[in-house]
Write a protein that binds this ligand. Structure first.
Ligand code: HEC
Ligand code: HEC
Ligand code: HEC
Ligand code: HEC
Length: 168
């Protein structure tokens, strides 16, 4: 396990790809906290946002690596144990380990990537209410990124530009 992480880390450092430092792998998804009114909401997947937010959906799908983040994991999946794979899901999918969140590529394909809801929080309440803005998280802070992105890198990148590069 430790050897594998070192090998992976050095490969990704050499390739200049790392924004993160792998800490102890936990099955908890470090996702955004939804507003109190939406605390019972569950994850619905980015496609559920498409019709009402066509502009955000189109640019996210085209420009954000998050929209394809499950592919990054699939490339390496064969060399990983199920426990190691579960560690990847916490950052590369939507809502892993949370109510209504990602379970597996077969069972929850709509949540296989790091979608809108990794930043905006689970969206079922907002969607069911026909888009009530009070039921979705909109004001984001650096802490919303740090669960998946190394804090120092987020700061060095300067939060604002990074925020928009990673969103839409
Ligand atoms: C649930 C985990 C998670 C959260 C939360 C998260 N990200 Fe990401 N982000 C990722 C992953 C995984 C990638 C890399 C995807 C890949 O390359 O396969 C990524 C990629 C990025 C990138 C690279 C550009 C791109 O193509 O997407 C930026 C910039 C970024 N994130 C910004 C942010 C910001 C800003 C926040 C907080 C508002 C944030 N992310 C929150 C998981 C997360
Ligand atoms: C703590 C969160 C986190 C965990 C856990 C994690 N990743 Fe990532 N991963 C990221 C982020 C963030 C990036 C984007 C780095 C960047 O764009 O600079 C990334 C990038 C990648 C890339 C490069 C993608 C590309 O665009 O070229 C691969 C491949 C990858 N991860 C695979 C994995 C695998 C396999 C695992 C499990 C063994 C894993 N990751 C675990 C956050 C994570
Ligand atoms: C990397 C994090 C991230 C991801 C992923 C993300 N967003 Fe956002 N989103 C933001 C940020 C940051 C803002 C701006 C909040 C602010 O104004 O302070 C925002 C704002 C919005 C707004 C309000 C726009 C406005 O003009 O007020 C909508 C609607 C939205 N996002 C929808 C989506 C949809 C739909 C997706 C997926 C297709 C998505 N977002 C994915 C971070 C993200
Ligand atoms: C049935 C249509 C509909 C769907 C589906 C929908 N939204 Fe919305 N959304 C809206 C409307 C309407 C607003 C309010 C727009 C405004 O105030 O300008 C809104 C506002 C937002 C805002 C801004 C909230 C604020 O405080 O201003 C965000 C972020 C957002 N939506 C994200 C999402 C995400 C993520 C999804 C998918 C999980 C989604 N929406 C699905 C209709 C929808």
């Amino acid at each position: 396990m430790a050897v594998l992480w070192r090998a992976f880390l050095s490969t990704c450092l050499t390739a200049g790809l790392c924004l993160w430092i792998p800490g102890p792998v936990s099955a908890q998804t470090p996702a955004a906290t939804p507003p109190a009114a939406a605390k019972d909401a569950s994850y619905v997947g980015s496609a559920a946002c498409k019709d009402c937010h066509a502009k955000e959906y189109a640019s996210y799908s085209r420009y954000s690596k998050k929209a394809h983040s499950s592919e990054s994991v699939k490339i390496m999946a064969k060399k990983l144990t199920p426990e190691e794979l579960a560690g990847c899901f916490a950052c590369h999918t939507t809502g892993y380990g949370k109510p209504g969140g990602f379970v597996s590529f077969e069972q929850t394909p709509a949540l296989a990537n790091a979608g809108c809801e990794v930043c905006h929080g689970p969206g079922s309440a907002h969607v069911d209410a026909g888009g009530d803005p009070a039921l979705i998280k909109n004001k984001l802070a650096m802490a919303d990124c740090e669960g998946c992105h190394n804090a120092e890198r987020v700061r060095n990148f300067n939060f604002k530009p990074m925020l928009f590069a990673g969103a839409h």
